[in-house]
Ligand binder design. Sequence first.
Ligand code: SF4
Length: 362
Amino acid sequence: MVCLLDMSGHEGYRPLHFQVDGRGTAMDYQAIANQAIAKQPITREQGLAILAAPDTEVMDILAAAYRVRRHYRGNRVHVQLLSNIKSGLCGEDCHYCSQSRVSKAEIDRYALWKKEKAMEEAQRATAMDAKRYCMALSGGQPTNREIETLADMVRSIKKETSIELCLSIGFLSLEQAKKLKDAGLDRINHNLNTSERYYTSICTSHTYADRVKNLMTAKKAGLDICSGGIIGQGETDDDIFDMFDALRAIEPRSIPLNFLIPQPGTPFADMVPNLTPRKCLKALSLARFIHPDVDLRVAGGREHHLRSLQPLSMYPANSIFVEGYLTSDGQTPNEAIEMIKDLGFELEVESASEDSLGTAVA
Ligand code: SF4
């Protein structure tokens, strides 16, 4: 089969060659792109075919996913900086996490940052043209005292900078969520992490339903939602499809996709993630087809699992973290910006207006 990669993004583009898999069935990725652009749901059969597609078809899948990305998100890339403003000391047992109560990983453990330190980092993020500054806290439900400190932190950063703020946080009461919203917080990150079926294999101290309920509480308080997951945790392709499909009901503005790096000292230390750079690209493309207009972020594990194919992830995705993740390092801002410019994409610095979200820009 001939692989023709057309990154022109023309709406009228049609593949010159139909994709034919080993069983002789046809998979027309550009037809799936048309379906996504029209916001028609992707079926399980289509989703599973994308995840299991031969590696020789990855460029065809990317070309189709890019057409959807370009239609809704243009050629812009958001860069985000993440700080772990409270580390370790968590009472939950998420098996992938080095900050959990069952983890023996050697990580820094500290209580919630003071406002001044968060302000310095938010100003540094602003100086590097980051669109959003994300602050993550370990732990289940924050105390009311922590919420007061966070609300004060958010108010001060919003007064001094124009950067968007996201808190990656545990479980909130409606009152706590409203307090953060009133302080000026833009967004909450709380990931589904995997499918409902597989959830008890990655965590037993809370349920998948608890996660969904928490997201609905944040939404009710008027906060934007960022919610995604982690692949490479031993899940099946059905679980990957189910996770992305379940997110349709959550309606996140942003979806981060993480790729597991097993951390020594955690229950998943010996997990062998069933991931290749091509599999990661197929999963990102599937996320784009199911969620055509969201900010799709290539998150933790990008450097490790995508390796030399990292730039290709920018065809389905439109957002990356720089400098690192909660307890691991990542690509430097200069390297990330060079990659974006080499691709011919633009850094997105200004906030997207409400009106522009979900509207075709191509
Ligand atoms: S992912 Fe969050 S809730 Fe789960 S163990 Fe880690 S810090 Fe705690």
